[in-house]
Design a protein around this ligand. Structure first.
Ligand SMILES: Nc1ncnc2c1ncn2[C@@H]1O[C@H](COP(=O)(O)OP(=O)(O)O)[C@@H](O)[C@H]1O
Ligand SMILES: [Mg+2]
Length: 342
């Protein structure tokens, strides 16, 4: 089978995607797969990238992509994080081209990428979350920010709706910081989310499969900064990643149940990492966000949680391939029925 690894992309997470791609290629069985790395360069060009055995990272450089590698006989593994990758755009292209691919489809990808929409869907499913407000750029003025601050209280978090890696995520302690934080977030998206700041442990849980998803043992992130910011995420050894998380059995089961419910509500398929805040002496577990293309290097939380659950890195990729093919065939049969009648 031809496995097309789509990596790179135009977001702040380009580099991490290049690292992930090298590890995935090293882990797959060359007897089973013809691996074709396709890089998406910073300027959006799709290129045929090169993989040298032993490389710890790929480079999104090379001749323009040869369209013949992207056929319905291929299987795509999108490993592009953030906007124009994780948000349903690549998934839509693959759907149109009839190429089976790993991970969530268009709807789940777009929903999970948009923190405002994801929160509304999770609220509709009755899931506990931090208090939040979503604002569009045209609604933002001193009055709206004053009302938001009165409702949520300080400190509060400000985030662009569509981004990741903590880029432009700010903890604001007063009106002046709030105004600056909002300006920064609006530089990345026309929608922003404001949230009450909680003091809580950060717990994560992996989802895997098609239809009936499986939940991994939870992991825990212990940030080294005031919160889990960009530097903390990408400086090796800064934040501590514990897998499994030290939690009592009943809390583990609750995390898994909520992760499955969140994934179900957001229509997640294939893989996802569901992130929680855990207010131990307060409201308990609160869903923070769902990532449809989680970090995927061997030291990233998603593979680490599956490792702790008994599924090693190479096996995890096999499970993802199986789920992708199952999803593709199940959908192809149904879509086939929606064609012209007669
Ligand atoms: N409401 C909040 N209260 C406390 N900490 C928060 C809150 N929102 C975000 N954080 C901190 O900021 C980090 C990044 O925010 P998150 O919503 O996960 O955005 P991203 O998609 O960039 O990962 C979180 O891991 C957490 O450390
Ligand atoms: Mg996060």
């Amino acid at each position: 089978m031809r496995l097309v690894i789509l990596f790179g992309g135009r977001s702040a997470e380009h580099e991490i995607s290049c690292v992930t791609a090298a590890h995935v290629i090293a882990a797959v069985d060359p007897e089973r797969y013809e691996v074709v790395p396709v890089g998406i360069a910073d300027d959006g060009q799709w290129v045929m990238a090169d993989y040298q055995p032993g490389a710890t990272s790929l480079v999104a450089e090379g001749p323009g992509v040869d369209p013949s590698v992207l056929t319905p006989e291929s299987l795509a593994f999108p490993l592009v994080h953030g906007p124009l990758g994780e948000d349903g755009t690549i998934q839509g292209l693959l759907e149109l081209a009839g190429i089976p691919y790993i991970g969530s489809g268009v709807l789940a990808s777009a929903l999970c990428m948009d923190k405002a929409m994801a929160k509304d869907v999770l609220a509709g499913a009755g899931m506990d979350q931090v208090r939040y407000l979503a604002l569009r750029d045209i609604e933002v003025d001193d009055g709206a920010l004053g009302e938001a601050a009165a409702e949520l209280g300080f400190p509060l978090f400000v985030k662009p709706a569509n981004l990741g890696s903590s880029v432009a995520v700010t903890k604001a302690h007063d009106m002046e910081e709030l105004a600056t934080a909002v300006k920064l977030a609006l530089a990345y998206d026309e929608w922003i989310v404001l949230e009450e700041a909680v003091t809580a442990r950060e717990i994560e849980c992996g989802l895997l499969g098609y239809g009936r998803l499986r939940a991994s043992l939870p992991g825990e992130v212990r940030p080294s900064h005031e919160f889990y910011d960009y530097e903390d995420k990408y400086t090796e050894g800064a934040a501590q990643l514990l897998a499994p998380a030290p939690l009592p059995r009943e809390v583990i089961e609750e995390v898994q149940g909520m992760a499955l419910a969140a994934g179900h509500a957001l229509r997640v398929d294939g893989m996802a990492r569901v992130d929680f805040f855990y207010e131990e002496n307060g409201r308990g577990l609160l869903v923070n966000e769902v990532n449809t293309i989680p970090g995927f290097t061997p030291i990233s939380m998603y593979p680490k949680m599956w490792e702790a659950t008994g599924i090693g890195y190479s096996d995890l990729i096999e499970h993802l391939v199986d789920a992708a093919l199952e999803r593709h065939h199940s959908r192809a049969e149904r879509i086939g029925r929606t064609g012209r009648a007669g």
